[in-house]
Design a binder for this molecule. Structure first.
Ligand code: AHR
Length: 648
């Protein structure tokens, strides 16, 4: 191909805010993921389905008689807490039942917002036996030799319990890795117990044991085990490896807390930021529409703190009083809207208000007197139509009046800004488009954004991914994502922000086909699209130029996503290293690709790179990358690779 680029005619700039991060509580991305807590259901509040909801024809619908459900029947749900009772005389167990029982109770709650606690009754103790309550965490706890883990729990006892407990980190086969004994927990009032556990061995599949050394009845609540090593050493902080993967993306913003999570399955169970701040043991859990509970340990304050820690602007998405239409469609009437608006204004004040304001003071008391980097608010998630527009207008007006510096995002359906909805909305600063596509879609729709209606608004592609026909995410997906991103870059006058979704997947509980980062209790890796986005952000094109291309006839022509339709992008900041510059048949510059082989190896996953040829023609006085150095187009980059593993 011969490509002519008119460097004298600069076109749209590419926004430095283009790449951000979308976080949602899906696939245990936070709970049992980014949030470093190791105990699952630490407060015993997590039932299968929240109060006020029942299953009807497979759908969750509001229940007029609130109670707790398991498999559609009223039930106790205390997962993943288990009894391990090695009472030596198994016959005695057979005839006399277990030597211990556990049950949820609401007797004498630790505090009003967390009504449940665990009642443990030990009926027999024999010398040498262990009567334990076990928590296996989130598909195992990662115990690392020599690291410190802070344990805390609350306990009270009935008068018949005279002894103490031994807490251990142990292997599944019962081998002790770390242990501490509290000689007595006898008390009719709740008391807090703390200790440090330091494993003598590494076991990524460890579990927490609380062994009771007396007969009688004891009560437990808020059992927490937290690694001392967290990202930036924050107390109640983030898991190091996952937080680092996110920080390495160098995102311009971080969106929180979703996604559908924002909507809730019912309006009553939708998230409320006020339940997510303050002492951990007082935070009410929130049910994620993805089928599990978030303890809210990773709450509003932690989100804002994490944004600051990774140098990203914060984007807070809030519920406008309407639950997910697909789940229950429940909503609050208009009379409740002023209260909801006040709640959002309070959230903003908490983030950026002066330290002597009502909520700024609480932020300061929670350890952060200075304002947090809150810059964007999104009004609802994936909601549109006239009812949405009406509410949007009310929230928009109230927020802008008080905080004109904030950028407000309208939550729209795909392509909504090309349709009627926009007309009923008074002002739109930024419209959120969501785009989950099949493999190759971006190749045939490379001009998708070229056709978008322009107006006073910018577009934020709040969720995008190639997630159909690409397994759990493969090279095909990354190529399609690359083409999609190039479409956004080329339309830099319109598309200013984007975030791939979903972000995180605990591989033990996948709720969405393709996710950017996969992990289990101890390991994590970015899928190919992760490396693609990271590279495209690191070497972000910042300038479009008019371009034309003459394609040499090929047996299997490949579309030229940028040049082919009239524009080429150029990262004017980067000193290109991986390219060959040829003029009049003479190689003027040859970069050393092998130096970056390892980086590329990550990008192509289970393939060994054996040879590479990268060439590019240079015309005109300046170095010019046709698309960019790290792009996957066959015109600019050839990789010879062979498969090295069973990677899918
Ligand atoms: O990213 C997964 C889901 O896709 C989000 O929760 C929702 O906003 C979208 O439909």
């Amino acid at each position: 191909a011969t490509v002519t680029v008119d460097v004298a005619s600069p076109q749209a700039r590419v926004a430095p805010t283009l790449h951000g991060i979308f976080f949602e509580e899906i696939s245990h991305g936070g709970e049992g993921g980014l949030y470093a807590e190791l105990v699952q259901n630490r407060g015993f509040e997590e039932s299968r389905i929240p109060q006020g909801v029942q299953l009807k024809n497979g759908w969750l619908v509001p229940d007029p008689k609130p109670h707790w459900f398991l498999n559609g029947k009223p039930s106790e749900w205390r997962m993943p807490w288990e009894i391990k009772s090695d009472y030596p005389n198994w016959r005695m167990q057979q005839t006399g039942g277990s030597a211990m029982t556990i049950a949820l109770t609401q007797e004498k709650p630790l505090n009003a917002s967390t009504p449940r606690n665990l009642k443990v009754t030990v009926s027999r103790i024999a010398p040498g036996s262990r009567q334990e309550v076990i928590n296996e965490g989130f598909w195992g706890m990662n115990a690392v030799k020599g690291d410190n883990y802070s344990l805390q729990f609350y306990a009270r006892t009935a008068a018949d319990y005279k002894g103490g407990v031994t807490v251990s980190l142990q292997s599944k086969n019962g081998r002790t890795l770390a242990q501490h004994t509290f000689n007595s927990i006898a008390s009719d009032k709740w008391k807090k117990y703390t200790c440090q556990l330091q494993p003598t061995e590494t076991d990524p599949q460890a579990e927490l044991s609380i062994a009771f050394n007396s007969t009688g009845t004891a009560y437990l609540d808020f059992v927490s085990l937290f690694p001392e090593k967290t990202f930036k050493d924050r107390k109640n902080g983030m898991r190091n490896d996952l937080a680092q993967l996110l920080a390495d993306m160098n995102p311009s913003f971080l969106r929180w807390p979703g996604g559908c999570f924002v909507e809730g399955i019912t309006i009553e169970s939708a998230p409320d930021w006020k339940k997510t701040i303050g002492p951990q043991e007082r935070r009410e859990a929130t049910y994620s529409p993805w089928g599990y509970w978030a303890s809210n340990g990773f709450g509003y304050h932690e989100f804002l703190q994490f944004c600051e820690d990774i140098n990203a602007d914060a984007m807070y998405v809030f519920n406008i009083g309407i639950a997910c239409e697909m789940r229950s469609g429940t909503f609050y009437g208009e009379e409740k809207v002023p209260e909801l608006i006040d709640n959002v204004l309070d959230a903003i004040e908490y983030a950026i208000g002066p330290a002597n304001s009502t909520w700024g003071r609480i932020r300061a008391a929670n350890g952060h007197p200075a304002p947090f980097p809150l810059k964007y608010l999104e009004i609802g998630n994936e909601q549109h139509g006239p009812a949405y527009a009406k509410r949007y207008n009310l929230f928009y007006k109230a927020i802008k009046e008080k905080y004109p510096q904030l950028e407000l995002i309208a939550s729209m359906g795909i392509g909504d800004i090309n349709r009627h909805t926009l007309d009923s909305m008074h002002v739109v600063d930024i419209a959120d488009e969501h785009a989950y596509k099949a493999a190759g879609w971006a190749f045939s729709h490379y001009d998708h954004f070229d056709k978008y209606k322009r107006g006073a608004w910018d577009v934020y592609v709040g969720e995008y991914a190639t997630n159909n026909g690409v397994g759990a995410g493969n090279m095909k997906a990354a190529l399609s994502d690359a083409a999609y991103i190039m479409g956004m870059e080329r339309n830099g006058d319109l598309v200013k922000m984007s975030s791939y979704a979903p972000l995180l997947e605990n591989v033990n509980t996948r709720h969405w086909p393709v996710n950017l980062i996969n992990f289990d209790a101890s390991r994590s890796f970015g899928r190919i699209s992760y490396h693609l986005i990271k590279l495209m952000n690191e070497h972000r094109a910042d300038q479009n130029f008019a371009a034309s291309a003459t394609l040499i006839k090929e047996t299997n022509p490949t579309p030229l996503f940028a040049g082919g339709i009239g524009l080429a992008t150029w990262d004017t900041q980067t000193d290109y290293k991986d390219i060959q510059v040829i003029k009049d048949g003479k190689v003027l510059y040859q970069s050393d690709f092998s130096a970056r082989k390892e980086e590329w190896q990550k990008v192509v996953g289970g393939w060994d790179i054996t040879d590479t040829t990268i060439s590019m023609k240079q015309e005109g006085p300046q170095r010019l990358a046709l698309l960019r150095d790290h792009q996957f187009d066959t015109y600019t980059l050839k990789l010879k690779a062979r498969r090295n593993s069973g990677y899918n």
